[in-house]
Write a protein that binds this ligand. Structure first.
Ligand code: ZN
Length: 245
């Protein structure tokens, strides 16, 4: 079976559609595993939720998903994120709100634990350092954990022999083999990548080959930016899409 691993769509339906088309080109998947933040920042919150619901999928809640429905206070958000969040809340249909309210914080799928931020703090914690990643291996039972939130594709590997945690960037096309080592894997962000590469990022897990492969997909960034400007979303959020930061 093959599964698409996607995170941080962030209301960018142009990027999301490009990723869905790429998945189809690669022969499709059994199910989409979505790691949260379907909405927030971008111009198409309702469209992204509607599109995701058309596919067989599971999805955990992200901080922006909760903030958009008032389940999380935006006082911890930077002003741009908070402004986008308030606009997002006005775009959601009652069905969208109901869907976002239903999202769990943690989902177990076979050998995988799915969370948005980290297994220890599913909503808030960013896993970008080996020290925080190492501590988090104690907070999930499965061999592997999938996270989003940082919008940076990466892999943390726990070495049982030496009790060390190793970081590696997750490069496209190489293929990550799932062996005996426990891993925390981030497939990068679909709608607002932050690793310096503006292309949408996602991965496909192949359960027979025991492999995860990362893909980068170009999309029409201008088209998303035009809609953001039209909706008066903060310029900093518009511009950052050009740079993938
Ligand atoms: Zn996010």
């Amino acid at each position: 079976m093959r599964y698409a691993l996607i995170a941080d769509i962030h209301a960018n339906v142009t990027a999301f559609t490009a990723v869905l088309d790429d998945i189809k080109r690669k022969g499709g998947v059994e199910e989409i595993w979505c790691l949260g933040d379907v909405v927030g920042y971008g111009p198409d919150p309702h469209q992204c939720l509607e599109l995701l619901r058309q596919y067989k999928h599971v999805c955990v809640a992200g901080n922006h998903d909760w903030a958009a429905i008032g389940k999380l206070d935006t006082s911890n958000f930077n002003p741009d994120a908070a402004a986008a969040c308030h606009w997002t809340a006005q775009q959601l249909t009652p069905e969208d709100v109901k869907y976002l309210e239903s999202l769990p914080l943690v989902i177990q799928k076979g050998d995988f634990t799915l969370v948005h931020g980290s297994p220890r703090e599913p909503i808030w914690e960013y896993l970008l350092s080996t020290s925080s990643a190492k501590e988090n291996f104690a907070y999930f039972q499965s061999p592997f954990c999938l996270v989003g939130h940082s919008h940076v594709p990466l892999v943390f590997k726990y070495g049982d022999d030496d009790d060390a945690c190793l970081f590696s960037s997750f490069s496209p096309y190489a293929g990550l083999i799932l062996g005996r080592s426990r891993l925390i894997v981030n497939p990068g962000g679909v709608g607002q990548p932050r690793d310096g590469d503006p292309r949408a990022s996602y991965a496909i897990y192949d359960s027979e080959r025991k492999m995860i492969r990362l893909y980068r997909v170009p999309y029409d960034i201008d088209a998303t930016q035009v809609r953001m400007v039209r909706h008066n979303l903060p310029m900093r959020l518009v511009v950052r899409l050009n740079y993938g930061e």
